[in-house]
Design a protein. Structure first.
Length: 279
């Protein structure tokens, strides 16, 4: 059974892909907890297996060994209890914002119509799209589309919201606005979140806990509690405390990424880029 503070527990999880004679291990003996009403961010070197971890948490993939538990029950397949917001836009272009948001509950028939309407309108207002509920996805900006996808996930009242690089592909200003919006949403809503990102500063400012994965096959290199005070804002990234977290994480990520560069001509260039990042 899950302890009261852990909503999800991942124990000795390993996953490989390919045929028996050329099977590749992608995740190996993964162990960590997702704390209730907290945001756990996951970072790691490019190609280390972050997407596979997302798929294992969401039930899209089943571990070869080990178990994933949610609220004390084994995760054996996809469920509305563990919902994923992917980096790709998944809104249905022929439906309005409102129709996209109510699509899942309406299809399942698990909410009365008046209750569903009230819930949808409240969530759409929460994400700042009240004036755009009758607009189609192509009539929305990139940031608005991301907020519409959040609303579509939130209306299902998932136990865990799993965010897979949700702000990737947005321009710098829109990404910053979405970080600020999501920060407020998490702090006010008290939801349990897993946030996978390749942006270290994004992870630090959002997270209560930071998981740093190793190079492939992915294992836990470090589990860090981010003790920056809440409520937070993006200006806190320039603080000494935030810099210490960034420096420590960059050193670990550098060590892991260098394993992919050993014996190549790009090592010096990578070292130079790393040095600029941590200054």
């Amino acid at each position: 059974m899950s302890s009261s503070s852990n909503l999800m527990e991942i124990r000795n999880v390993s996953k490989s892909f390919g045929e028996d004679w050329e099977r590749e291990s992608v995740v190996e003996k993964l162990n960590f907890d997702v704390k209730n009403n907290k945001l756990t961010a996951i970072v790691g070197p490019s190609g280390c297996g972050k997407s596979t971890v997302v798929n294992l948490l969401a039930g899209f993939e089943i571990p070869d060994t080990g178990q994933v538990h949610s609220a004390g029950e084994p995760v054996t397949g996809p469920s509305k209890d563990q919902l994923v917001v992917f980096q790709e836009n998944a809104l249905m272009p022929w439906l309005t914002t409102y129709e996209n948001v109510v699509f899942g509950p309406k299809l399942r028939g698990d909410m009365p119509d008046d209750e569903l309407q009230n819930a949808a309108e409240k969530i759409i207002e929460t994400v700042g799209l009240k004036e755009f509920k009758e607009k189609f996805p192509l009539q929305l900006s990139g940031g608005m589309q991301r907020r519409a996808e959040l609303a579509r996930a939130l209306i299902n009242q998932p136990l865990v919201m799993i965010m897979d690089e949700p702000f990737r592909g947005l321009d710098a200003m829109t990404r910053q606005l979405m970080q600020e919006f999501y920060l407020r949403l998490c702090e006010e809503g008290g939801n349990t979140n897993v946030f996978v990102t390749s942006e270290l500063e994004e992870a630090i400012i959002l997270a209560d806990y930071l998981i740093i994965l190793s190079n492939r096959p992915a294992t836990i290199r470090e589990f860090v509690e981010i003790k920056l005070p809440r409520p937070r804002n993006l200006d806190m990234l320039s603080s000494t405390e935030a810099y210490k977290y960034k420096r420590k994480a960059m050193e670990i990520l550098h060590d892991e990424a260098m394993k992919s560069f050993k014996g190549t001509d790009t090592t010096k260039e990578f070292m130079a880029a790393y040095s600029r990042q941590v200054k």
